[in-house]
Write a protein that binds this ligand. Sequence first.
Ligand code: BJW
Ligand code: ZN
Length: 302
Amino acid sequence: EAALRSRNMEEFRRVLHAAKNIIVVAGAGLSAASGIPTFRGAGGMWRSLEAVSLATPEAFDQNPSLVWQFYHYRREAALRAQPNAAHLALAKMMVPSILARVAPAAQSFHLITQNVDGLSTRAIQAVAEERRSALSSPSPQDLPNPSCLIEMHGRLFDVRCTQCNHTVLDFSSPLCSALHEADKEHTSVIQAGQKEHEVKIPVSELPKCSECGSLARPGVVWFGEEIPLLEDIDKIVAEADLCLVVGTSSRVSPAANFAMEVRANNNRTGRVAEFNIESSSRGPVDFRFIGECETELPEALG
Ligand code: BJW
Ligand code: ZN
C-alpha cells in the first residue's frame, strides 16, 4: 500500500508539473485542523441545532436572534483559530516564484474556497510577512497574489445591511453587547447544569447598518442565495486543467460540480485530485489522497 501511495504521489507530481491552469475547490475540512467545526458529520451541531439548518434565509427571517448568536459563536471561533499547514501550502502556491518551481507550466492558480472563516486570507498575510522578512527586497513575484483567492460563500466578518446592502468588514467581537450577554447567559445556564433555553434578543438590539439603521446580517451566502461573481468563477473553472478538491463533502452546488466540469475540459483531459479523510467526491477522480489535508497537501505541493 505504501508503494501504491508513492506511485500515486509521483504520478500526481507529473500532472502538477504539466498543469497550465490549476484550481483548488476547498471546504470545511481545510479548516478542521485549525479547530473550526465542519458542517456535516461530527461537529456539525451548534448547541442542539444542525448548523446547516441555521445557514438559510428562512432561519434568519424567522429568528434573526438565534442565527446571529450562531454567527457570533462562529466569528469568535474564527478569531481564536490560526491558519494550518494546508492553508499555508495553498497560500504559497499564490506566490508566482514558488508556483513556477512547483508547477512550472502553470499560468494561473486559484483557490476557490467555500469557507467563510478568513483563514486563507490570514495564511496569505502570514506567507507575505514570512517572505518579507526572509528576502531583503522582495518583488511582486516573491509575494502571494491575494487575487488568487475567491471566497465564494462570502465572509463571516462582512456585516451587510438587509435593506440597503451596505457592507462593512468588521473584525470586532462582540458586534453588539446583546450578543455577548446572550452568550454569557447561555454558558452560565449550561455550567449550572440547567436545561438549555434560547436567549431571545430583540431585533432592536441586534447588529445594525451604520448607514440606514436597519437590521444587518452576516455577509455569507445562504442556501438559495446567489453566489457573488459566479460568472468569473465559471470562467476560471472552464479554463482549468487540474482541480484539487480539498476537504469538502461535495454536497453543495455549484462548488460540488467544479471537479466534474474540469474533468470534462479540453476533450476530457482535465484531471482531479481529491484530498479528504474519506472519499467524498461526486464523480470519478484521478488521484485520491485519503488523509488529513494538513499533512497530505504540503507533501503533494512541496
Ligand atoms: C477533512 C478533514 C481534514 C474533515 N482533511 N478533509 C433545492 C432548494 C434550494 C437550493 C437548492 C436545491 N437543490 C440544490 C440547490 C442549490 C443549493 C445546494 O447545493 N443545496 C444542496 C444542499 C442540495 N445551493 C445553493 O443554494 C447555492 N446557491 C445557488 O445555487 O444559487 C443559485 C441561484 C441562482 C440565481 C438566483 C438565486 C440563486 C448557495 C450555497 C450556499 C451554501 N452556504 C453554506 C453556508 C455558508 C455560510 C456559513 O458558513 O455559515 O456554505 S452551507 C455550508 O455547506 C457552507 C459550506 O461552505 C457548504 C459546503 O460544506 P463543506 O465545506 O463541504 O463542509 P462539510 O462539513 O459538508 O464537509 C467537510 C469535509 O471535510 C468532509 O468531506 C470531511 O470528510 C472532510 N474533512 N476533516 C481533509 N483534516
Ligand atoms: Zn442599510
